[in-house]
Ligand binder design. Sequence first.
Ligand code: DX5
Ligand code: ZN
Length: 216
Amino acid sequence: MVMVSPSILAADFANLERDIHVIEQSHADMVHVDVMDGCFVPNISVGLPVVAALRKVTSLPLDVHLMIDRPIRYAEGFVKAGADWLTIHIEADQPQNNLACLEKIRALGCRAAISLKPGTPAEAAIPYLPLCDMILVMTVEPGFGGQTFMADMMPKIRALRRMLDETNPGCRIQVDGGVDEHTCAQCRESGADILVAGSAFFKARDKAAFVAALKA
Ligand code: DX5
Ligand code: ZN
């Protein structure tokens, strides 16, 4: 069964603790935290202190998606702040730094992941696959919630699944951007294991039913 990771980007930042408990009560599997630096993406969201604060109020795994330049500078900080899964964008630094960053994340006992922007082909992930616990396929341009799902990313998910089946079958595939009750089925059918949902989760009146629909 797929796992669901609601994104707090669509939560009420003045009531984050309340919204974390809403996520817990929905039977979601983890909490997705979008970190944006205003450089790698044209938006600024939250950083280390918010991850540390969330760590104190939930036992759900924290799935931290770094949309920042040269993430190796902050990887240790986010693991120490409480990330259980830490995702870096391969477009954000040179390959040797990305590889070193993934090794560092794993050495610190955290699950390591890479993310691919919509314009980045599946093949670009090949050098990183042995070091990954998860690959995040973006189905919107990173930076903002509430954008339209890009169904043309499904072949990329299928290609990554085929590559992983050969090299690292335990590695999960996560999909992020525009995921809702309507777009979830094609993600699952293409081979996604973890679905992120921001706007659709927080808009859903019955959040447990929404999570169940994504897992269906
Ligand atoms: C976008 C973020 C997403 C965002 C998804 O850059 O990575 O996690 O919160 O939001 P929705 O589900 O509204 O597309
Ligand atoms: Zn995200």
